[in-house]
Design a protein around this ligand. Structure first.
Ligand code: SF4
Length: 249
């Protein structure tokens, strides 16, 4: 396995950006269960309600009652917006269900749609490497999800009605997780979560709130793959995020 220095070099961050305080690393979660949300799809102990028959208000109330064992199956069966007709697989989320860190992207891409897991492929590997540089890893004190649980065709931006229809699922994930910090990956996720239309540059470097939970904005890994110099800024954001979590402890 590559050590942290190698991860930092791959990120283009070494030797300029190095961790000085390894005591704050939170990569060890003491044997916490790490279960992809999608892995519970076969759990039939809590069969999803017939959500297609519910009013939007009743559907929202129904989603607010879901526990982890029912959550992924409910998303898999969701037909609340038109994306259910073009998805291959819904992508509920993945990670440590007791995570303090929640990373939120915009929506699944083609590889995520095929595998049912968020942030796979090249951008996902970069995210994993960024986590490794912090001494963290996917599934250990980290949960990863998207604003939208189904892929928009041709990776277009989410429509407002799609985002609105899917919002109760992210709200439920946050209620179940109770994370100490949310990191919005990219402008679209930040806009959806904060209900603002602003540049990443103007949103970075300060603590926002989403339903009372501290939220920090940084670049989407897919953007960083195309804009290598901004990796250093993303690294600054992650260090800022780590300080924010530590100060809330
Ligand atoms: Fe349901 Fe969200 Fe998928 Fe739309 S994107 S079908 S609201 S899970």
């Amino acid at each position: 396995m590559a050590d942290r220095g190698e991860w930092l070099r791959e990120l283009g961050l070494a030797p300029t950006w190095r961790l000085r305080d390894t005591a704050a690393d939170r990569g060890t979660s003491g044997g916490r269960a790490t279960v992809p949300a999608s892995s519970t799809a076969a759990d039939t102990s809590s069969a999803p309600a017939p959500v297609a028959l519910l009013t939007p208000a009743d559907r929202r109330a129904h989603i607010a009652t879901l526990d982890w064992s029912a959550f992924a199956a409910d998303v898999d069966g969701c037909t609340a917006c038109g994306l259910c007709r073009t998805r291959n697989r819904a992508v509920p989320g993945v990670g440590d269900r007791r995570a303090e860190w929640l990373f939120v992207g915009e929506a699944p891409g083609a590889e995520e749609d095929a595998k049912g897991e968020p942030f796979v492929g090249q951008a996902g590997r970069l995210l994993d490497n960024m986590l490794a540089a912090l001494g963290m890893r996917r599934g250990a004190n980290v949960y990863i999800a998207n604003v939208l649980k189904c892929r928009p065709p041709n990776n277009r931006a989410p429509e407002p009605l799609e985002a609105e229809a899917c919002r109760p699922y992210l709200e439920r994930q946050i209620a179940l997780l109770q994370p100490k910090l949310i990191i919005a990956l990219g402008k679209s996720a930040a806009m959806q979560l904060l209900n603002v239309d602003a540049s990443i540059a103007s949103l970075r470097g300060r603590v926002h709130r989403y339903q009372g939970v501290p939220l920090i904005v940084t670049y989407h890994p897919a953007y960083l793959l195309r804009n290598l110099p901004d990796k250093a800024k993303a690294w600054e954001d992650l260090l800022f995020a780590r300080r924010t979590v530590a100060s809330a402890a």
